[in-house]
Design a protein around this ligand. Structure first.
Ligand SMILES: [Zn+2]
Length: 397
């Protein structure tokens, strides 16, 4: 009796090991495209059974399994996996109309989605233990080969602890068919923001040519809100981080309202003024493509919540640095402080992101100031100083 039970156990173990090496084992073949290694998304979904949804407007997809969630963007080298950012050397691409996930991102995704399974990566592809990991650990002193391989793969692809900020995205609010706020003298917000942004670019480039500066628009054109952050996110790789700074001019039905303020993203607005400012800035969605409104409501609402607390903290630090610097240089208008609000243009950003309201176009005194190159220079210098102050503390960490 005793012997029989033992042999049954031995048989079960033997069967288990046969299954582990049999040809039925799950397997995804790796593909090399332009020297980069990928796994086709189709195979990932088919072989692992994770669920997938895709939004063609944003070219953004989501993967789900139980409580786990991951988001990727086409042409973007980062993926948000369970609220944390995973970075790859190169972006998610579309090749022969198939979405290809960089191997390192798939490995991080698998580790997060299937914590009880072991991924084995070889030069031909990836496979994993189909069964859940036994509750009792394997005999000590003899670590299994699979464990070793999985661990090495994870270490090899671990993202850099603290990458340096390599680029800054300057976003001139509004543009083209969207003038933004309009002043009494027909001064358009879109004109002021573009001018200020170009001034900031030239200051940054002079002071530190090694930092790349990109503008979401460099002329009077219409750019959709979602496209602005997507543009910024596409510049991210596992080696380079970035900052997103959006420049705006405020408006109010109260003519005496004045001052400048800096925002970072939060679902909870600081106060009623912050809520109104966000509503004003988000209005442009109504003149974007018809499908966008629903898309913003449904998808971004969820994704805004996935922004990591780390990005929010860094955004808050960046906002403080810029607001502080504006307060030091501008004495003619009051500082309205750092605030939070739900700005569409900041949602979905995978890097520290802030929005600066440089003044009120509806206030007679500020309207006159905002139209002058001199005042625009002061704003530009202040914003640039704030960015540099943030960078020096960030890069020294
Ligand atoms: Zn605006």
């Amino acid at each position: 009796m005793h012997f029989k039970r033992l042999s049954a156990l031995a048989f079960a173990l033997l069967l288990g090991s046969i299954q582990a090496v049999s040809a039925d084992k799950p397997f995804i073949a790796e593909r090399t495209i332009n020297g980069m290694s990928y796994y086709p998304l189709y195979d990932i979904v088919a072989e692992t059974g994770v669920e997938h949804s895709y939004n063609p407007v944003a070219r953004r997809g989501k993967l789900y399994r139980r409580e786990h969630q991951a988001v990727y963007l086409e042409d973007c080298s980062v993926m948000i996996i369970d609220g944390k950012i995973a970075r790859a050397k190169g972006p998610v691409i579309r090749h022969d109309n198939e979405i290809m996930i960089p191997s390192s991102l798939f490995e991080e995704l698998f580790t997060a989605f299937f914590p009880d399974r072991k991924l084995v990566v070889t030069k031909n592809g990836a496979s994993w233990s189909a069964a859940e990991r036994p509750e009792t650990p394997p005999p000590s002193g003899v670590p299994g080969r699979k464990t070793d391989t999985g661990k090495k793969a994870a270490e090899h692809h671990a993202p850099a602890a603290a990458e340096k900020i390599g680029f800054i995205i300057l976003d001139a609010g509004h543009g083209g068919k969207d003038p933004g706020a309009v002043g009494k003298n027909k001064l358009y917000e879109k004109t002021v923001t573009l001018s200020v942004v170009k001034k900031i670019r030239s200051i940054i480039s002079k002071k530190n040519p090694s930092i790349k500066v990109y503008l979401t628009r460099d002329r009077d054109v219409f750019v959709e809100l979602g496209g602005r952050t997507a543009f910024a996110n596409r510049k991210l790789t596992n080696e380079t981080g970035g900052l997103f700074v959006s420049i705006h001019v405020n408006a109010s039905i109260v003519p005496k309202m004045d001052g400048f303020e800096t925002y970072f993203l939060s679902q909870t607005p600081s106060n009623e003024d912050a809520r109104n400012t966000a509503a004003l800035e988000n209005n442009v969605i109504l003149i974007e493509r018809p499908g966008n409104k629903k898309y913003y409501d449904d998808v971004y609402q969820t994704e805004a919540l996935m922004i990591t607390t780390q990005i929010q903290k860094e955004s808050s630090d960046l906002a403080e640095a810029i607001q502080d610097s504006l307060s030091k240089k501008i004495k003619t208008s009051p500082s309205r402080g750092v605030k939070t609000a739900d700005f569409q243009v900041l949602r979905g950003s995978l890097m520290p992101a802030v929005l600066v309201e440089t003044g009120y176009i509806t206030n007679e005194k500020e309207l006159k100031l905002l139209a002058t190159g001199e005042y625009q220079d002061t704003i530009a210098r202040s914003v640039a100083d704030g960015i540099f102050r943030f960078l020096s503390s960030y890069n020294s960490k």
